[in-house]
Ligand binder design. Structure first.
Ligand code: FES
Length: 106
């Protein structure tokens, strides 16, 4: 199972195995990662699943759809490494993906 590394805002590192087909957001919420709120449940309409993707990984992810791009404008302090975790589906290729939580959501 691919391992996803979540780094919480306080620096706590959680390496979790997340089943292929789940989203990076679901991997966080199912395992009690702090800082991914996912208020809309994955519908790309809340931006509270925002993370900063490690720079080594940012270009290995599937491209953003327009809806994600638009919703990221609503996120707290987005930057060029920002993604919405509900829009990233876990695959074997993402084994080792590192994402960092922002200091707050929304
Ligand atoms: Fe709401 Fe991702 S969970 S946008």
């Amino acid at each position: 199972m691919p391992k996803i590394v979540y780094i919480e805002a306080d620096g706590t590192r959680k390496e979790l195995e997340v089943e292929v087909g789940y989203t990076v957001m679901e991997g966080a919420t199912m395992n009690g990662v702090e800082g991914v709120e996912a208020e809309c449940g994955g519908a790309c309409s809340c931006a509270t699943c925002h993370v900063y993707v490690d720079e080594k990984w940012i270009n290995k992810l599937p491209k953003k759809e327009n809806a994600e791009e638009d919703m990221l404008d609503m996120a707290n302090e987005p930057n060029k490494f920002s993604r919405l975790t509900c829009q990233i589906t876990v695959t074997e290729d993402l084994d080792g993906l590192v994402v960092k939580m922002p200091s707050k959501q929304g």
